[in-house]
Structure formats: structure tokens, C-alpha cells
Ligand binder design. Structure first.
Ligand SMILES: Cc1ncc(COP(=O)(O)O)c(C=O)c1O
Length: 402
């Protein structure tokens, strides 16, 4: 209490930017705090399954990195990222039809930093960004630092509805389109090929860059791969990815793939924040990829997540009452639930926590705060028994409040 009071006085005495004082902390972090209490089955986080982290392999790779590169892997390094990692990522992009050289790649401290750098580079206060409705809450948080406004576009099972995209671009002239084309966080929806082509065409006509935030594309466990939007749109698209969901988020390695002239600007912007991303983490990721371990790790993750998704979907079919709808994603970490319109997922959350099960209600993912009746469920981070038990508790709670 004392500390809180002192903080308040200090922020008043010291002239902290009013805008930063008004920023809200992520509601998801708050919910995570509650849901990490002992005994709570949590579908709230976006965490990969910790038991799948390749701890032993990483021990070997870390030792190999230290033996091979010695002090160099602990030294300051270039802002753009170490060359061997950029080469490796460029080759992987080429394999999925994206012409890429190491100069197209900027290594970042997670995809989150890439989003922040893009926001800082493009936005003046009041500028618009076109997003899916709902969208990744961490992107909203980053863009909010730069006082962005939003032109959200509704989705169906094929992703953003393109008539609305054209309308919104014409009306609000957004600085960029931000999309999560694969297994979107929060809905699990993947944009269809046709929509990707349409989005590229519309954005090319309006000269609006597309930022495709793609942490989940490699975690497809069903269905057909959809052509990467950067393979369709080339330099019109800046694509972001990360090792967080395929390897381990604690390494904090993500990257951008964009046109060289833009990457040069983003590099300067990033430099002002952290000089460069952890050299040691970069070498570890490089060796992990180079030794073929990443592809094996991805193949290890997929059947586990598929099983968890299937278990969750089956439990939902078994126990959720009539009138509730949900997505059935073919990959990624999340699915999305729509309760009947009159129900509030936010109001039901404390009751769910009483029943020792947690989710994230949907509202924070909507740039304009709608979606009262929606919620996101993460299936990667609970056990199979936990999934069945947690969904059973939620089914009862929803049935009692229909
Ligand atoms: C869509 C999306 N973008 C970016 C991130 C952040 O990823 P990173 O850990 O690489 O910063 C996440 C993490 O949940 C995400 O879901």
C-alpha cells in the first residue's frame, strides 16, 4: 500500500508522459496472474507446452555454441542480427516461395518487438491501422503507445471480409494493414488463398503495406498449407515470425522479412531500443535450425497439440449447451467461442475462476471493445485430463447462465 502511494506521488511529482500514464496494462496478464493460482485449470495463456521444450537438446546446443564461437557469442553484435541466422531464415523463406536474402531479414527480440518497431516507424498520433476484429491484443498494446486509431474489419471462416477492407481503407486511409493470417490469435481462423490474393490486390492499389504477423503458420496439424501471403504480395508485405511457439519463447528471438529499404529503417528504429537482440540466443537459434533440430521439434509439437485440440473440441461437443458456437482451427494454439449474444463472458469469468477454470474473455481483442459474448481458449498448455475437466466445468457454468 505504502509503495503504491509513493508511486502515485512520484508519478505526479515527476512529469511522466500523460499518455503513458493512461496506457492500460494487458488484461490478459492480469487474468494470467489469477489463473496461475494452484488448482486452476487455465485455458487463458498463450503458452506453449513446457514439457515439450527441448531442454536437453538446448543444453547441448548451448555448450556447442560456447565451444565453437567462444567470446564472440557473448559480445555485442550488429543490430540487424547475426549473419548465419539471417542466412538460415532467408533459406527457409525461399523454400516456401518467398524470394529472400539476408538483407531482407531483421532479427528482433520476439515478434512483439517487430510489431512495436513497425508501430513506431509508421505512426503519428491519431493515425489509423486496419486490423481484424478481433485481433492480437499485444499488437493493440504496441500500437496504442503511438496513439493509433483503428479501422477493424469483421471476419468469417475465410478471414477478413474484403468488401469491408476496401471500404475501410478508402474511408480511414490506414497507415498499414495488420493481419494474423495463420491460426489467428485469438480466433484460430486462417485466411483463405482467395482472400490473401484479394488483400494483396486491394493494398497494392491503395499503396498500403500489409504486416502479416505469423507466429503459428508452422504449427499446422491438419488440412492443406495455404500459400504464404508474402509469397503472393512480395514487397507489399512485411512478414513477422518467431521461435517462441516452435522452440521456446524465453529465447526472445523473432524476425521481420521485408523490402531492403524498409528493413534499413526498421533497423535504425530497433537500434534505439536495444542495440541488438541477444547474441547468445541468436547463436543458439541458428545452431538449432542449422542442425535440423527445429524441424524435428516442430514435428514433435504437432501431434501433441492436435491431440489437445481434438480433446477440447470433443469435450465441447459433449458438454456445451445448444446455442454456443466455436471455431475448429487446423493448427496453432487457440480456439474461439461465441456465447449467445445476451451472455457476457467477462461477467462469467469470476464464476469460472470460483470453479477453478480460467479463460480470456474476448473484449480486449476488439479494438473498439465489442465482443462481450466471446472468449478465447488455449489448448496447448493444459493436460488432456485438465482439458476434459475444465471444459466440463465451463459447460455447466454456461448451461446455468444461458
Ligand atoms: C499474433 C502474435 N504475435 C506476436 C506474438 C509475440 O510473440 P513473441 O514471443 O515472438 O514476441 C504473439 C504471442 O502470443 C502472438 O500471438
Amino acid at each position: 500500500m505504502l509503495i503504491e502511494q509513493e508511486d502515485k506521488v512520484r508519478t505526479e511529482l515527476w512529469r511522466v508522459s500523460q499518455h503513458m500514464l493512461e496506457l492500460k496494462s494487458s488484461i490478459i496478464r492480469e487474468i494470467l496472474k489469477i489463473s496461475s493460482q494452484p488448482g486452476v485449470i487455465s485455458f487463458a495463456g498463450g503458452l506453449p507446452a513446457p514439457e515439450l521444450f527441448p531442454v536437453e537438446e538446448l543444453k547441448e546446443v548451448a555448450a556447442h555454441v560456447l565451444d565453437t564461437y567462444g567470446p564472440n557469442c557473448l559480445q555485442y553484435s550488429v543490430s540487424r542480427g547475426i549473419v548465419p541466422l539471417r542466412e538460415e531464415l532467408a533459406q527457409r523463406a525461399e523454400k516456401i516461395g518467398i524470394p529472400t536474402t539476408p538483407n531482407n531479414i531483421l532479427i528482433c527480440s520476439g515478434a512483439q518487438q517487430a510489431i512495436e518497431v513497425i508501430g513506431r516507424t509508421f505512426l503519428e498520433p491519431g493515425d489509423y491501422i486496419l486490423t481484424e476484429n478481433p485481433t492480437y491484443v499485444g499488437a493493440l498494446q504496441a500500437f496504442n503507445c503511438y496513439q493509433a486509431r483503428y479501422a477493424p474489419v469483421e471476419m468469417d471462416e475465410e478471414g477478413m471480409i474484403m468488401d469491408q477492407v476496401a471500404e475501410q481503407i478508402e474511408r480511414y486511409k490506414p497507415k498499414l494493414v495488420y493481419t494474423v493470417t495463420n491460426f489467428q490469435n485469438p480466433t484460430g481462423i486462417t485466411m483463405s488463398l482467395k482472400r490473401r490474393e484479394q488483400l494483396v490486390e486491394i493494398c497494392s492499389n491503395f499503396n498500403t503495406p500489409i504486416v502479416d504477423d505469423n507466429p503459428y503458420g508452422q504449427i499446422r496439424f491438419d488440412g492443406e498449407e495455404v500459400r504464404d501471403i508474402k509469397a503472393i504480395g512480395g514487397d507489399q508485405v512485411i512478414s513477422l515470425s518467431t521461435f517462441s511457439k516452435t522452440l521456446a519463447p524465453g529465447l526472445r528471438i523473432g524476425w521481420m522479412n521485408g523490402a531492403e529499404d524498409m528493413i534499413a529503417i526498421f533497423e535504425k528504429v530497433k537500434q534505439s531500443t536495444d542495440l541488438h537482440t541477444s547474441t547468445f540466443s541468436q547463436f543458439i537459434c541458428y545452431e538449432f535450425v542449422h542442425q535440423g533440430k527445429l524441424d524435428r521439434q516442430i514435428e514433435r509439437i504437432k501431434p501433441d497439440y492436435r491431440r489437445k485440440r481434438d480433446t477440447m473440441l470433443q469435450a465441447m461437443r459433449d458438454v456445451f449447451p445448444e446455442g454456443i458456437k466455436w471455431t475448429e482451427p487446423e493448427g496453432g494454439l487457440f480456439l474461439w467461442v461465441e456465447l449467445p449474444k445476451h451472455m457476457s463472458a467477462k461477467d462469467l469469468l469470476p464464476k469460472a475462476i470460483d470453479l477453478k477454470v480460467a479463460y480470456v474473455y474476448g473484449q480486449p481483442f476488439f479494438p473498439k471493445g465489442d465482443g462481450e459474448n466471446t472468449l478465447r481458449l488455449n489448448f496447448s498448455n493444459a493436460t488432456l485430463e485438465g482439458i476434459v475437466e475444465g471444459i466440463t466445468r465451463l459447460g455447466k457454468l454456461f448451461a446455468e447462465n444461458m
